[in-house]
Design a protein around this ligand. Structure first.
Ligand SMILES: *Cc1c(COP(=O)(O)O)cnc(C)c1O
Length: 389
């Protein structure tokens, strides 16, 4: 960590190191999440996820306010943690679920909350679930639903051929298994026109992930134009609002988005959005400690307890998971305990790390634990801790 000054006695040197450690600890302890991280480290209870529920509450409250009349559903697949759902439940209009498992999970705690069920590959059981809105993803799904004789309120999920360049994930704008192209939507409209058990409520479009507010508004305008052409008045514009892992302070402009949607909306139209990541990513931290530091072929590595089997997104997206800065130092690549070169949390971060140091990764509240391959290598699971609830 620091160069050893030869003139110092070992005792002086140790005292200085301890003072520095304390300095770092105090610096970190400024946020409640960091204070808890240090307590957990002292108690030997890392790795762990630390969720700041007060931060989540304030964030979702401001998103809700920015959206005005636009309905806000939370996409549960981003993070189904019950404590997070509890905080979210008092601000959102409903939950969007993508499986029978998520539906049961939400219903167990919120039996009266509106729920929308979407996702490709619904089983027959899932198709006939009791939900507020069913997002139909294919003509085959609609045929099976009609054959079941069950009543349902449906939105048809459309994959419009719109440019989604700049997106981090594209679910639409081309050949993907999500939703239907406009020709298949027309076929659904024909199937629906001869009966009234399955009621067409409108259109659903979740086309891309990682777009900023101006680009999302352009897509919204095109989706609305398409929906108006069909004569429907309920439009779910999906989620996918951008977050930046390279610049965590650059946040999606919810106020601009809310204002823009208010301008686009015509009287009588119900607009709905269903973000996941952009709601919960900021409230979670993944905290761990350094087990080993080594140099291999000139490159410095810090191996931490846990890894991408707890927080898979840096491996799948190939980004550096942002972290709470430590003292500056030689660039170090932070890896986990897995026996695979993909187990990288962050590459060449210019901070000093030593065995025993605590590392706090931020932006770990969405697509972290629940998207990871927990049982690979059979390491212990992390702890889960909540503050500000
Ligand atoms: C995943 C998903 C969302 C949420 O996406 P985020 O990028 O987490 O906001 C919303 N709607 C559908 C249909 C999804 O598949």
């Amino acid at each position: 960590m620091t160069a050893v000054v030869p003139a110092q006695s070992p005792a002086e040197n140790q005292a200085e190191n301890e003072a520095q450690e304390q300095g770092r600890a105090q610096e970190r302890a400024r946020t409640p999440a960091s204070a808890l991280a240090l307590e957990l480290a002292a108690a030997g209870r890392l790795p762990a996820f630390v969720y700041d529920l007060a931060e989540l509450d304030a964030h979702v409250r401001s998103v809700r306010a920015a959206l005005g009349d636009v309905e806000l559903y939370y996409a549960v697949k981003a993070n189904p943690d019950p404590e997070l759902l509890r905080v979210l439940s008092s601000h959102v209009d409903g939950f969007e679920v993508a499986s029978g498992g998520e539906l049961a999970h939400v219903r167990a705690s919120y039996p009266d909350k509106p729920v929308a069920l979407g996702g490709p590959g619904k089983t027959d059981e899932e198709l006939v679930s009791e939900v507020t809105r069913l997002h139909v993803e294919s003509t085959g799904e609609l045929r099976r639903l009609l054959a079941s004789g069950r009543a349902a309120d449906v939105l048809l999920r459309v994959n419009l051929d719109l440019p989604v360049e700049g997106a981090s994930l594209a679910m639409g704008g081309g050949a993907t298994p999500f939703g239907m192209d406009p020709a298949a939507i027309d076929e659904c409209l024909d199937l629906l026109s001869t009966q009234d058990t399955v009621r067409l409520r409108g259109i659903h479009a979740h086309l891309a992930s990682g777009l900023d507010a101006p680009r999302m508004l352009e897509l919204a305008a095109a989706i609305l134009e398409y929906a108006r052409g069909l004569g429907v008045t309920e439009i779910n514009l999906g989620g996918g609002m951008a977050v930046s892992y390279t610049d965590p302070e650059r946040r999606f402009d919810w106020h601009a988005y809310g204002r823009g949607l208010a301008e686009l909306r015509r009287p009588g139209e119900v607009l709905r959005v269903e973000p996941g990541r952009s709601l919960t990513v900021y409230c979670g931290r993944y905290v761990t400690r350094v087990i080993d530091v080594k140099r291999v072929h000139g490159e410095l590595f810090a191996v931490v307890a846990g890894g991408t089997h707890h927080i898979r997104t840096p491996a799948t997206k190939g980004h550096n998971q942002p972290l709470v800065d430590g003292a500056p130092g030689e660039p170090v690549t932070i890896v986990g305990q897995l026996c695979t070169p993909k187990d990288v949390l962050a590459r060449r971060v210019p901070i000093s790390l030593e065995r025993g140091d605590v590392v706090e990764f931020t932006m770990a509240g969405a697509y972290a634990w629940n998207i990871s391959h927990h049982s690979f290598l059979m390491h212990p699971e992390p702890g889960f801790h909540y503050i500000g609830g």
